[in-house]
Design a protein around this ligand. Structure first.
Ligand SMILES: Nc1ncnc2c1ncn2[C@@H]1O[C@H](COP(=O)(O)OP(=O)(O)OP(=O)(O)O)[C@@H](O)[C@H]1O
Ligand SMILES: [Mg+2]
Length: 274
């Protein structure tokens, strides 16, 4: 029998031998096949791959919004279900999904209200979060009075409300223009450095994945498998600024991820293959 490596509590996420098969009216869809990966505490890991390769499915399994068909997922050493109950992570998706009848402050306060945090503590925490995402003057506005980028910042603040040690993000900047997107990427690096939260970040954009991540997990089309895990040799994400977008090392990392994504080319040095 093969001994499983013990899960270190220091790991934010461990995914071990995970398959996900959906049963549909037209038969079965094998969305994920033999997924193994680990995200360390405080680490920023992006998932990249073609449409339909199972990125959102994998994120939903980590968030316990669905269950693996085979295999195991642990979050900070706990079963994914337990981690959900314990509010160990915050979630932000492509659409900000704010409640239109609530102000910015009240949207951010929602998870705190649901978990019966007292009014004074709630107000203090919301004020802190609004500052963190740079929306100081907008607390009393309603979502339809904000731009898409500002709405996304509210969604990130809401995801951070309960000081999670892990953020799960599914294309949170996908609907934004390029300039807003780059601005929010830099903001996210600052926020994740300040909160020291680990992040699992789904994206279609190679430059976005490279700029943000410690490691980039490259997935192949159905059934979704991991083709390679590329460590970004760009220093810690918390020390990066916009300037690296013009560095040779940044372009080398973009090329390394492209080569694994498109296959065929020799695997670049330092890439963990599957
Ligand atoms: N609830 C479901 N029932 C049946 N099939 C599903 C379900 N959810 C996902 N799938 C299928 O699983 C596969 C992976 O879907 P998933 O949404 O994870 O892909 P993705 O990598 O996030 O794609 P995209 O980049 O377009 O968002 C797809 O073939 C999809 O049709
Ligand atoms: Mg998706």
């Amino acid at each position: 029998m093969i001994e499983k490596a013990p899960t270190r509590p220091a790991d934010a996420v461990t995914v071990t031998g995970v398959d996900k098969v959906f049963s549909t009216g037209k038969g079965e869809v094998r969305a994920l096949d033999g997924i193994d990966m680990t995200v360390s505490a405080g680490e920023f890991v992006s998932l990249i791959g073609p449409s339909g390769c199972g990125k959102s499915t994998l994120l939903r399994l980590i968030a316990d919004l669905d269950e693996p068909t085979v295999g195991e997922i642990r979050v900070f050493g706990k079963a994914a279900r337990r981690a959900r109950v314990d509010q160990d992570y915050g979630i932000a998706f492509q659409q900000a999904a704010l409640l239109p009848w609530r102000t910015v402050e009240d949207n951010i306060a929602l998870p705190l209200e649901l978990h019966k945090v007292g009014a004074a503590e709630r107000r203090a925490r919301v004020a802190e979060l609004i500052e963190l995402v740079g929306l100081g003057d907008f607390g009393e506005k309603y979502p339809d009075q904000l731009s898409g980028g500002m709405q996304q910042r509210v969604a990130i603040a809401r995801a951070l409300a309960e000081k999670p040690n892990l953020l799960l993000m599914d294309e949170p900047f996908g609907a934004l223009d390029e300039m807003t997107r780059e601005y929010l990427q830099t903001e996210l690096l600052r926020i994740s450095a300040e909160t020291r939260a680990a992040v699992v970040f789904v994206t279609h954009s190679i430059p976005e994945a490279v700029y943000l991540s410690d490691r980039v997990v490259v997935m192949s089309p159905r059934p979704g498998r991991i083709d390679g895990i590329v460590p970004m040799q760009l220093g810690s994400p918390s020390s990066r600024s916009d300037d690296i977008r013009e560095d040779a090392a940044y372009f080398e990392m973009i090329t390394a991820v492209r080569e694994v994504l498109h296959g065929g080319a020799p695997i670049p040095k330092g890439v963990e293959t599957r």
